[in-house]
Write a protein that binds this ligand. Structure first.
Ligand code: GTR
Length: 428
């Protein structure tokens, strides 16, 4: 929030207080939103191994500390995803030239995962530049409400899987009338204009976002090996969505219009947490983008600013593994914090985006996590480029990208403009 300084006129001071008041009132009540009240905390050092070894070069990071941190996030935060493979089949159900007024080729691909009753059919929507010179770099995104909501084109398949009841939906079924309803979040036109492919998958096709005891979605494809059932470190929904993104990349690697080695993974909010974990666990992603991911994503948990570990584990008990609940109101005992999650993208370019009014997601905590990931990037000779949180709408594009945008929790054309500029720098 803007500081009140003496050069402000009384009317400006008034409107600045009013804005702070409105922003504060839009946040869930009973949580910390005052920077001055953040308690002191000590972050775990990404460069000190559990046995005390100091990581002094990228080789040691890659061979020792990185696997150790991945393991800690698997054991304590997101849970361990299965490493064994299952049958996977790509069915291209549509290929349409001349989409988006002639500038794109639209494909719809059903990714069949597993066999039998529990098999999943995940629908991937892909736009590639029509007159691209060779395979295009691209963005793989994950959406909240169905592929048909990202654009109003009538041929886009609607999900047949569970959708969230909202805006009048009462039967968990997708509706025709929601075509294009989330189009403001996906600047597909501009992405294609700038020479990139755009792919999106509906998260509910991968794992429905409610707690069913992990009997549906990808968890059903890999029943626990142990007859006594799930372990407290078994994967939960965020890891499930991330696993699904990797299966989408399996397809994109095979699509001749796309360069599978230059695919950025991007998600917003709970799906920003997901994109960070997908990027951490799957190094084939060439770039990782987190939009307003907040608690359990890019924000430092130890700050307890806005959403807390206790609150997220209570509201969404199926997002993280059971072990994460040990850190409810006990963040300081967790062997990791979220700067280490960002660091797992190194040396690949990673982008963390915040929104000024999104106090629930702790923009300052997202910036500080980016800053504290930098020592790992430095091992590879890369810098962040910021030492202090930049003012609103002044992006920093080092190897770690960061901006805090004016406005609310959302994805906007401004955010996409930054991601495209960042991609021009690193993926072109
Ligand atoms: C909120 C949750 C956040 C964020 C958001 C979203 O209710 O508290 O952590 O994930 O949902 O995904 O929209």
């Amino acid at each position: 929030m803007g500081l009140v300084t003496e050069i402000m006129k009384p009317a400006q001071i008034c409107s600045s207080f009013l804005l702070s008041f409105i922003i504060l009132n839009a946040q869930p009540k009973g949580f910390l939103y005052d920077e001055l009240k953040v308690n002191n905390y000590k972050l775990p050092d990404p460069l000190i191994c559990l046995d005390g070894t100091k990581v002094v070069n990228s080789k040691l990071w890659l061979s020792k500390r990185r696997p150790e941190i991945i393991n800690l996030f698997e054991q304590e935060v997101y849970g361990q995803s299965p490493s064994n493979t299952i049958p996977i089949r790509f069915e291209v159900v549509e290929e349409e030239k001349g989409a988006l007024g002639g500038k794109a080729i639209r494909k719809q691909v059903i990714i069949h995962l597993g066999k039998g009753e529990q098999a999943l059919a995940v629908n991937l929507l892909v736009y590639s530049p029509q007159n691209g010179k060779g395979p295009a770099p691209g963005f793989l995104t994950i959406n909240f409400h169905g592929n048909h909501t990202v654009l109003s084109e009538s041929g886009i398949l609607m999900p047949t899987s569970w959708v969230r009841n909202r805006n009048g939906i009462k039967d968990n079924r997708a509706r025709e009338k929601d075509r294009g309803a989330a189009a403001s979040r996906w600047d597909i036109d501009e992405i294609i204009n700038r020479g990139y492919a755009f792919a999106t998958v509906y998260y509910g096709d991968i794992d429905p976002d409610f707690h069913d005891g992990f009997n549906n979605g990808p968890h059903a494809l890999f029943p626990p090996q142990d007859p006594s059932g799930r372990k407290p470190s078994d994967w939960a929904s965020i890891a499930g969505w991330a696993w699904g993104l990797s299966r989408c990349l399996d397809y994109l690697e095979k699509d001749s219009l796309i360069d599978g080695k230059r695919v950025a993974v991007m998600g917003h909010s709970r799906l920003g947490k997901t994109s960070l974990w997908a990027g951490a666990t799957d190094e084939r992603f060439a770039m990782v983008i987190s939009n307003n991911s907040g608690c359990g994503g890019a924000a430092i948990s130890r700050r307890r600013f806005g959403e807390t570990v206790n609150r997220i584990n209570t509201s969404f008990p199926h997002w993280f593994c059971d072990n994460y609940k040990k850190y409810n109101d006990n963040e300081g005992n967790c062997p990791v914090d979220q700067h280490m999650l960002i660091a797992l993208s190194a040396p690949r370019p990673v982008y963390i985006a915040s929104a000024e009014e999104d106090l629930w997601a702790d923009p300052t905590g997202e910036f500080l996590a980016s800053l504290n990931a930098e020592p790992v990037y430095k091992l590879f000779g890369y810098a962040f480029g910021a030492t202090r949180k930049p003012p609103a709408n002044q992006p920093v594009h080092g190897r770690i990208g960061y901006h805090v945008r004016k406005g609310k929790h959302d994805v906007t054309a401004y955010d996409w403009e930054q991601y495209l500029n960042f991609a021009d720098k690193y993926l072109k």
